[in-house]
Design a binder for this molecule. Structure first.
Ligand code: PHB
Length: 395
């Protein structure tokens, strides 16, 4: 048995290309693989896997990327912090990546700074996250990017009174504040606002209160996944639509992987977002095709898939540019200004000043396309920088 292993090791070493010293970059992935939000984490992981499948062969000779996955089980900052600590001190990862949830990103940020481990955020969307460590770069989105321009659109399209319903934590509060500012600056009126607990919420009392306030629209944010479906179903069950109240929000509330589960109540819901599986850009058509080939013909990639996918693209870029020898400061310099003209979501780049993503926002409406619900893109707001940072002169 032992001899076998030894022989195998010799063969593997001999197989390394001549002249190249094998260089393996360890990347610690902290993501949600269990609990009520496991579905969201699975989306993000599929993005990582798809990118690896397509591009592993493109790494420089002898250079490898080893992913070390850890499960934060949901929005649990203590768990995320412990996992990051272990990945840094025990596994000696050179990069950190992942995180669905804002509280987890915030818990990891000081460790990234202290240990100088670059941290690529693939989902968490609260604006101020990137200000918490110079070793953070974000490839995903912010809630301000979607909710602020949505407010301007709403105020110009017959919506005069809005009631806000958001999850009571970072991204929900960002969404509420971004929408409120954009809407009231454009002459709209907020007629109420509630913040709903993040864990196992029952939306009934909150949406009933919203209905009783008789707004033109409810603006809502909840994290993508099953919670978004629960919100949509309660909106339908309480008859808000029949009462003439529209539902609008960032695209998390009509997330592509759950859209078919939401049913017809989702028809007509207008959202602003950076990604839709239904987008007809050639890069997206190819991406959706590859996704279905890898994960099944009925599967739709959501924005979390794209976060994982583009996050790996950024990581491959820094690994290839350094031929696998990762220097933290050089890595951050490479991430600042990194761009992809052809992401499935359209052109993207990392703002070198803020280390945050710059991307198109699309105004979408849920429509039936070939018998399936789809987030159909109607308008494009090109290359939106995080408005929270722009308005507050934050780096
Ligand atoms: C976050 O915690 O930052 C977060 C989670 C899920 C989303 C959006 C933001 O859909």
């Amino acid at each position: 048995m032992k001899l076998w292993r030894l022989a195998a090791a010799i063969v593997l070493t001999a197989a390394a290309p001549a002249g190249a010293i094998a260089q393996t970059v360890k990347v610690g992935i902290i993501n949600t693989y269990s609990g009520p939000f496991a579905g969201v984490g699975e989306q993000l992981d599929r993005g990582i896997r798809l990118y690896m499948m397509q591009h592993e062969k493109d790494l420089p000779a002898g250079v490898k990327i080893e992913l070390i996955r850890r499960d934060d089980t949901g929005p649990n900052p203590e768990v995320a912090k412990r996992l990051a600590q272990e990945l840094i001190t025990r596994d000696h990862v050179q990069l950190l990546a992942g995180v669905v949830f804002t509280p987890n990103a915030l818990a990891i940020a000081p460790l990234a700074t202290e240990a100088k481990v670059p941290f690529v955020i693939m989902n968490a969307g609260t604006s101020m996250i990137t200000t918490k460590s110079p070793y953070i770069a974000r490839v995903s989105f912010t809630l301000w990017q979607s909710s602020y321009p949505l407010a301007a659109w709403a105020s110009k399209h017959g919506i005069k009174k809005v009631y806000s319903v958001v999850s009571d934590y970072g991204p929900g509060i960002d969404a509420e504040q971004a929408f409120t500012k954009g809407f009231t600056d454009n002459g709209g009126q907020m007629v109420g606002a509630v913040r709903v607990p993040l864990a196992n919420p029952d939306f009934t009392p909150f949406l009933q209160r919203a209905k009783d306030a008789r707004p033109d629209a409810v603006f809502a944010f909840v994290p993508a996944g099953k919670e978004a479906t629960a919100l949509m179903k309660t909106f339908g069950d309480l008859g808000l639509r029949q009462a003439g109240i529209r539902l609008i929000g960032p695209g998390d509330i009509t997330t592509d992987e759950e859209l078919q589960n939401m049913g017809d109540v989702a028809l007509g819901v207008v959202t602003m977002f950076h990604y839709s599986a239904a987008a007809t850009r050639p890069a997206n058509v190819a991406f959706v095709k590859a996704y279905k080939a890898a994960f099944g013909p009925t599967q739709e990639p959501s924005f979390e898939v794209v976060g994982g996918y583009d996050g790996m693209a950024a990581i491959f870029h820094v690994v290839a540019a350094q031929k696998g020898r990762i220097d933290p400061d050089r890595t951050m310099a490479l991430l600042k200004g990194w761009k992809d003209a052809n992401s499935p979501r359209g052109p993207i780049y990392i703002d070198p000043r803020t280390r945050d993503i710059v991307q198109n926002e699309y105004l979408r409406r849920v429509e039936a396309v070939n018998g399936q619900l789809a987030n159909v893109e109607l308008e494009t707001i090109p290359m939106v920088k995080d408005p929270w940072k722009e308005l507050n002169h934050q780096k």
